[in-house]
Write a protein that binds this ligand. Structure first.
Ligand code: ADP
Ligand code: ZN
Ligand code: ZN
Length: 729
């Protein structure tokens, strides 16, 4: 047994559910670890875990402390500010510090062995295009890769997997021939930044001045700007300001697909080092970005949600693009909101936070209205293009061809003939929405979930979109034996097939989870669109975000009527955001943009509010309703969701939890209620919904409930708490 220092005890945060941290002693012959570094510690009989040192204390209340086995970091992996962020986040989301820490740490850093982080290479061209073309006359693939780097570089070889599976090897061959260079960080020439010579629009100039002259070092700015109003230009100028001051910027984007676009836009305009961070990268690559950011080797990190935890040497600002996007909320494990944590981090670091969106979330708008956030409006497009015109097309009396009405098809034809591109948007993949019996009304449902089955024609199978279980086509109706079983409704597969039939001379590209499963497929589809040829793009949610398709002049939206029947009080907020975002994709082109929405309810006041007025007016009106009804953002919600094979066990469990709560007039508890999707993958799902005017009471109640359940309620049911849920499902 090693001798240990009796006067110093280390508190180590571990990924265990029962305690925020555990106490360990330090062997006398070990150099003590520093706060914020990782150590390996024993747990139980023979487990060894990685933990993070969070504090030192003189003494422990426990006897016979075990001692640390190894110190993994000589310097803190997380600085004081990052630790403070994690501590506050753990408290806010009601999880143990260790769970929070291990949500934040990239997988690489969760391993007990301390291997060196593997190298990452970025490639850029070293010679002009014609020189390479001459040298590579006989090496077609190499030339193709060179051309791609020439056009899009600097970049990493894996972004070229759509050109060749051995892109990395080809890059090395190009390097041997002296045609490309490589570096560990994404190097950019000092003279590479191009100034587009824009004169800022008055809105842009005003917003920028307001941000620049803000006295408070921590201020949240809402950059509320319509699509094409030049929000990115403001981000770029702010990043350049910070570069001058030798400070770093964190840019958050909602999804992986958007990282390359923003990365490229920014990288062309700054003289600095940039990095991308998202879950598509290898463990090693993600650890590398952490290391480079912490050492100050990169100036800008463009990242998805989890990047909010990246340690920086000298962080100067956090930019959250498309701040309304639900992807910022993690929907498993620790259910944190990266947008909200960005604001918290800004406060801890005393730096500005910019939230950008064409359709701000009602939470954020509420803070802008109350003056807590600075509200910067950009209402004009930089190219002075008018906003697209809108047609609401009543589908009740129209005839359809594979989901599209004749007027829609006609409009598509015209836009294509003018050389433009068209987007048909609908949020349902597969061929059809349902399979029904015409004689008795039976509808095919999943045995394991509370959900209809979708027909997928290319597979000739029915699929449940919630558990991916597959079923074959029933030869006759299980309800009445009839053979009149047919599909009903449309999905992307059917729409795309119909369009391919109708417009044989144009490409039809489909973006959904069935047709785009890998970054290479995504890239391949994108190349078709970027080629500039007229084409029809069929897409789901995947395409509604900030992707820039400059030649798009018509957007047709199919089937959004379900939102009008949703039980979620936020359904119309989300629908409005979706429609405005999707519409915004049209009309960056020279031709005036046009938007067609196929709906059964063209006279619905929702459309009148949103399109005859605008998003801001719509939001104000909806906010007033929320206020009157006592819903967020005027109140605070948490849900407690459980799941179990037995509905009765689940119900009993949640009843017990609810009845264990002390009476508190500040809080209303609803439930146990079945979740909107009552059953998923054979498990029943139920929830308690807690709603309160007072955030503090709500948190106290949940805290009490967690300790209560651990002590008194039988732990038969898997359950979790979701603070500020964005969905009830
Ligand atoms: P947003 O992010 O608000 O949708 P972008 O930042 O993508 O808008 O800007 C739309 C287009 O306008 C981009 O091509 C951008 O380069 C260009 N742009 C930005 N600011 C200006 C300006 N002041 N004058 C002219 N063009 C501009
Ligand atoms: Zn039947
Ligand atoms: Zn299912």
């Amino acid at each position: 047994m090693r001798k240990t220092n009796q006067n110093q005890v280390v508190q180590v945060a571990l990924k265990v559910p029962f305690a925020p941290y555990l106490d360990y002693s330090i062997p006398n012959d070990m150099k003590p670890p520093v706060i914020g570094s990782r150590v390996v510690v024993p747990l139980g009989k023979n487990k060894e875990l990685v933990g993070l040192v969070v504090a030192f204390v003189g003494q422990s209340s426990h006897k016979n402390l075990k001692s640390i086995l190894a110190v993994l970091d000589g310097e803190p992996l997380l600085d004081e500010a990052c630790l403070a962020l994690l501590k506050l986040a753990a408290k806010y989301y009601q999880v143990n510090l260790g769970e929070m820490v291990f949500t934040a740490l990239p997988a690489w850093y969760r391993r007990t062995e301390n291997r060196p982080i593997p190298h990452q290479y970025w490639w850029r061209v070293a010679v002009a295009m014609d020189v390479a073309a001459e040298k590579l006359k006989k090496a077609g693939k190499q030339l193709e890769v060179f051309e791609y780097i020439h056009k899009h570089g600097p970049l990493q070889s894996k972004t070229m997997s759509h050109i060749s599976a051995s892109a990395a090897q080809i890059c090395r061959q190009l390097k041997d021939k002296g045609l490309v260079d490589s570096a560990e960080v994404c190097f950019l020439d000092n003279d590479s930044a191009v100034d587009p010579g824009f004169k800022l629009t008055p809105d842009q100039a005003n917003a920028l001045t307001k941000i620049r002259t803000e006295k408070d070092p921590f201020k949240v700015h809402l950059l509320d700007g319509v699509t094409g109003s030049g929000k990115t230009e403001i981000y770029i100028r702010l990043i350049n300001d910070l570069l001058q001051q030798k400070k770093q910027t964190l840019v958050l984007v909602p999804e992986i697909g958007l990282t390359p676009q923003l990365f490229q836009e920014i990288s062309q305009r700054i003289n600095g080092q940039m990095a991308i961070l998202h879950s598509g990268l290898s463990d090693g690559a993600r650890a590398r970005v952490w290391q480079h950011a912490a050492k100050g080797l990169v100036n800008v990190v463009v990242s998805t949600r989890s990047g909010i935890f990246t340690p920086f040497k000298n962080l100067g600002c956090i930019l959250v693009d498309e701040e309304h996007d639900l992807s910022y909320k993690q929907q498993e494990g620790v259910r944190y909101s990266a947008r909200d944590l960005a604001v918290l981090r800004g406060k801890i670091n005393q730096i500005p936070v910019v939230l950008g969106s064409a359709t701000p979330s009602f939470e954020t708008l509420n803070h802008a209205i109350s003056g807590k956030y600075q509200w910067l409006k950009l209402r004009a497009r930089t190219n002075q293009n008018p906003m697209p015109s809108l047609t609401l097309q009543n589908t009740r009396s129209k005839t359809f061809k594979k989901g599209l009405t004749n007027p829609s098809l006609h409009a598509i034809k015209n836009h294509l003939a003018e050389g433009n591109q068209v987007l048909v948007f609908l949020n349902r993949r597969g061929w059809s929405h349902k399979l029904i019996c015409h004689d008795c009304g039976w509808v095919a449902e999943c045995d394991d979930c509370d959900a209809y089955l979708t027909y997928h024609k290319h597979l000739n199978l029915l699929k449940c979109h919630h558990c991916e279980r597959r079923y074959s086509w029933p030869e006759f109706c299980p309800g009445c034996g009839s053979q009149e079983v047919e599909t009903m409704g449309v999905g992307t597969e059917k729409i795309a097939a119909g369009l391919a039939d109708a417009f044989t001379e144009y490409a039809v590209v489909r973006f959904d989870r069935d047709s785009v499963k890998t970054p290479a497929q995504w890239q391949k589809n994108l190349e078709v669109v970027r080629s500039g040829e007229p084409c029809v793009i069929v897409g789901t949610q995947m395409l509604s975000k900030g992707h820039d398709f400059p030649l798009l002049s018509l957007v047709v939206v199919v089937n959004v009527d379900n939102s009008f029947f949703s039980a979620d009080f936020r359904a119309t907020e989300y629908l409005a955001q979706l429609l405005v975002q999707v519409s915004g994709r049209a009309g960056r082109a020279k031709t005036k943009g046009e938007v067609i929405i196929q709906t059964q309810f063209p006279e619905h006041e929702f459309f009148q509010m949103l399109f005859q007025a605008n998003y801001e007016t719509f939001a104000q009106q909806q906010l007033a309703q929320r206020d009157a009804m006592g819903f967020p953002p005027y109140t605070h919600i948490a849900i407690i969701r459980g799941q179990h094979r037995s509905e009765r066990v689940l119900d009993d469990f949640l009843q017990q939890l609810a009845s264990g709560l002390q009476k508190n007039d500040d809080i209303s508890v609803m439930g146990p209620l079945p979740a909107p999707m009552q059953k998923r993958q054979k498990l029943y799902r139920m929830q308690l919904i807690l709603n309160s005017n007072d955030r503090r009471s709500l948190h106290q109640t949940i805290h009490q409930l967690k300790s209560l359940s651990l002590a008194q309620v039988e732990q038969k049911v898997a359950w979790f708490v979701d603070i500020d849920p964005v969905s009830f499902d």
